[in-house]
Design a protein around this ligand. Structure first.
Ligand code: NAD
Length: 243
């Protein structure tokens, strides 16, 4: 039996590492990303790349349909695609708010709703990529933090709603991870080197996590070893929220 996953935000960063880890664990993967770079993942028959915007109305059903249609089943949904916004609230427009919720929250709801019938058949899992910003206060991230808080709460809600149906729902909450996501935000700072120093100082292990470290946590939460874990928000943050 070959397990099958759908991963969003799969072209680079954490999502790409998740695809690589899932392939190593024997999964077939539908890899969704708005970036055409997702096509690079097509070199084996194990990954179906799908260049699509998660905010587009047809994308969730199409992605889940490709998993169930081409591979016959769905065992895992990883809701990982998101955008970052670091901005003081007084500079944050209504448009910023709507745009961030449109990418970071609405597709998580819509992908999960589309996936749950197939996941109920396989007694599968959802793993969401939240953030420490959804757990604690971080300056100048009000709307981003709200989007991640929404994901934390959906994770807990659905863990309870689907526990009796055998579907587990968990999330990871990364601290800073060494991906383009943070690099781009930092490049816009007046002093990127000082900004990096503050970030590293907030992480007791003195470094960012790697995308692969987060991917391993996601794959663990999907694995049989975590059969007793649901509704958990697993921090992968070098001790950030433990301070
Ligand atoms: N990097 C960090 O420091 C950090 C920290 C905490 C949480 N996270 C979370 O980890 C997840 C992955 O982040 P990352 O660091 O790998 O970022 P990344 O920017 O490297 O990768 C995100 C991927 O999502 C894709 N994406 C964005 N909008 C999309 C859309 N509308 N449709 C389809 N694909 C879309 C991008 O093209 C990109 O390939 C996100 O949920 C992010 O909030 C990241």
């Amino acid at each position: 039996m070959e397990l099958t996953a759908v991963v969003t935000g799969a072209a680079r960063g954490i999502g790409r590492s998740v695809v690589e880890r899932l392939r190593a664990a024997g999964y077939r993967v539908v890899a969704v990303d708005v970036s055409p770079a997702v096509a690079d993942l097509a070199e084996s028959g194990w990954v179906v790349p799908m260049a699509a915007d998660v905010t587009a109305d047809p994308t969730p059903a199409a992605a889940i349909g490709r998993a169930t249609g081409e591979f016959g089943r769905l065992d895992l949904l990883v809701n990982n695609a998101a955008r970052f916004l670091r901005r003081p609230i007084l500079d944050t427009s209504d448009g910023d708010f709507d745009a961030l919720f449109a990418v970071n929250v609405r597709p998580v709801f819509r992908f999960t709703r589309a996936a749950l019938p197939a996941l109920t058949e396989t007694r599968g899992c959802v793993v969401n990529t939240a953030s420490i910003s959804g757990l604690i206060g971080v300056p100048n991230q009000s709307v981003y933090a709200m989007t991640k808080g929404a994901i934390v709460q959906l994770t807990r809600q659905l863990a309870i709603e689907y526990a009796a149906r055998g579907v587990r729902v968990n999330a990871v909450a990364p601290g800073a991870v060494d991906t383009g996501f943070m690099d781009e935000a930092r490049a816009a700072d007046p002093d990127p080197a000082a900004s990096l120093a503050v970030t590293l100082g907030n992480h007791p292990i003195g470094r960012m996590s790697t995308p692969d470290e987060v991917a391993r946590a996601i794959v663990f939460l999907a694995a049989p070893e975590s059969a007793g874990i649901t509704g958990t928000i697993l921090s992968v943050d070098g001790g950030y929220v433990a301070r």
